[in-house]
Ligand binder design. Structure first.
Ligand code: XMP
Length: 518
């Protein structure tokens, strides 16, 4: 990062489930934010050149021997610091205040009464109270010297504090969650007014910066990219092609497990629309042959993954000039793998569509999206001129319909599933429901059920519809359709597809169910 790197807030992660949310909120203000482990050294932190620092919340107590490691020399860095929840308690503890176990745990909604302070500037007009969201067992019971209380809540006399030199701030509540009234304004006061950041984090600047980075990294060499038809790989393609034009070579593997018209869309919108150089490999027969008779979900996943790598590598070898492999890794995946390498462990489940490819191909990687959240990827995708349907697409798993067609896979069942899924999607879009749902699809159940059409008995398959809303795909709620909508989709599927005699709606939340059926 070049220009936009100059105005940055660095967030030290003490293990809060909301750390990524803090980062997203700061970026929504228009300021770059970066998450690092709380174990970072002062030297490394200074190298990142932050204008301000945020200490996240975390599950431990500052009085516990299991508390996360933290180098207290960081407090000598001459930059404003905002501590949130555990972060506030850490500031209190380090500056010789006192933190104790609270008699009452404060969890959920609370009312905050605040004093006049730069942190609360412009919050709630002339009123001095807001609703906030709390989640803490410990609380600050004695202020450090040179600090003053700037807010209190029902159960915390000191619910926010500030140092007299306006360099240290702490809030016991979570300004990053949407349940806190005007939390964004509080974060914006910190980032813009206290730290003096400029709003440089805009789609245009991000694109300019990423394109320049790609040019610097790739020079006059060539890049290979696997296109899946999803948001991330399409945005990567658009970016790299903007940077190096025809030296980007894309391979699109049609594994026979794609949704209806997927191949047509890729060729229409990416090949023709964006002028990308795309080789489409029709590998349906290879995949279906390998999957023949296989019913175990994990075995199916592995076969699909391995076959993809084989087919892709074989095709890649035909292109002589490749020097780099591009990947659509985004920030949450990147943080997770950094976490595994030694930072705080984030237990975030992620699936990688093309896992194993970099090891097999051994090219250096180009990963232009690795500092972006999904909503930012979508925003720059729009800016790069990708079609709206592609940008707003629900995630589609790497193994595709392979994990949505339960049991053994064959071409005729895939055809039934594809048609049912297409009807469901068409209706979701028509009734303007698609963008209210995080992920929706049809699954094929390998059981037969009796139905009747006219006077004739029909003994055919069952289609299950699934639609969930979720923020992070770790937990998910079922989308509450109106009954008429489900009736309509079900009638269409049974009328239009002979081989379906019954449609069911999956009403399982995650957990305990997963989003995919297999
Ligand atoms: P589950 O079913 O685990 O899904 O609740 C969570 C999210 O991950 C997607 N998913 C996959 N993505 N390869 C992928 O690329 C996979 O093997 C895979 N399995 C699940 C799923 O679609 C949902 O978005």
């Amino acid at each position: 990062m070049h220009k936009i790197d100059q105005d940055k807030i660095v967030i030290l992660d003490f293990g809060s489930q909301y750390t990524q949310l803090i980062a997203r909120r700061i970026r929504e203000i228009g300021v770059l934010s970066e998450i690092v482990s709380c174990e970072i050294s002062p030297k490394e932190l200074l190298k990142l050149n932050p204008r301000g620092i945020i200490f996240s919340g975390g599950p431990e107590s500052v009085n516990s021997k299991f508390k996360p490691k933290f180098n207290s020399k960081i407090l000598e860095i001459n930059r404003p610091i905002l501590g949130i929840c555990y972060g506030m308690q850490l500031l209190a503890n380090q500056h010789k205040g006192k933190v104790d176990l609270s008699a009452k745990r404060e969890f959920g909604h609370s009312e905050l009464a605040f004093n006049k302070n730069i942190l609360f500037k412009g919050v709630n007009g002339k009123k001095t109270k807001i609703d906030v969201w709390m989640s803490h067992g410990d609380k600050v019971v004695k202020l450090p010297k040179q600090f003053k209380k700037i807010a209190s809540s029902t159960n915390s006399k000191i619910a926010a504090f500030a140092s007299n030199d306006k360099q240290r701030f702490g809030v016991q509540f979570h300004p990053e969650v949407s349940h806190t009234d005007q939390g964004q304004k509080i974060l914006s006061n910190f980032a813009l007014d206290i730290c003096g950041c400029k709003k440089n984090w805009t789609s245009k600047n991000i694109i300019d910066d990423l394109v320049q980075n790609i040019k610097d990294q790739v020079g006059n060499k060539h890049v290979l990219l696997g296109i899946s038809g999803g948001v991330d790989s399409s945005v990567v393609a658009a970016l790299i092609s903007k940077a190096i034009g025809k030296r980007l070579h894309c391979i699109f593997v049609d594994n026979g497990l794609l949704r209806k018209d997927e191949s047509i869309q890729v060729n229409r919108d990416l090949k023709k629309g964006l002028g990308l150089k795309i080789t489409t490999v029709n590998a349906e027969d290879i995949f279906l042959k390998k999957l023949k008779g296989k019913t175990d979900p994990e075995e199916k996943r592995k076969i699909i993954g391995r076959t993809f790598i084989d087919v892709f590598s074989k095709e890649a070898k035909k292109i002589k000039s490749i020097d780099f492999l591009a990947q659509g890794t985004i920030y949450p995946d990147y943080i997770e793998s950094a976490g595994k390498k030694g930072g705080k462990a984030h237990v975030i489940k992620s699936h990688h569509n093309v896992g194993g490819l970099p090891e097999k191909l051994k090219f250096p990687l180009v990963e232009p999206l690795k500092f972006l959240f999904k909503d930012e990827v979508r925003k720059i995708g729009r800016n790069l001129g990708l079609p709206a349907y592609l940008i707003e697409r629900h995630p589609f798993p790497g193994p595709g319909l392979g994990v949505r067609l339960l049991g053994a896979i064959d071409k005729s069942k895939l055809e039934i599933l594809r048609e049912a899924d297409a009807i469901f999607m068409e209706e979701l879009i028509k009734q303007k429901l698609y963008n209210k749902i995080s992920q929706a699809y049809a699954a094929f159940l390998p059981v037969k059920s009796v139905g009747v059409v006219g006077d004739a008995r029909r003994y055919e398959y069952v289609i299950a519809l699934r639609a969930v809303v979720t923020l992070d795909f770790m937990t998910a709620n079922v989308f509450p359709f109106k009954q008429e909508f489900l009736n309509h989709v079900s009638t269409r599927i049974m009328n239009e597809i002979d081989k379906v005699s019954r449609v069911v709606y999956d009403i399982s939340s995650k957990p305990p169910a997963t989003i995919e059926w297999e």
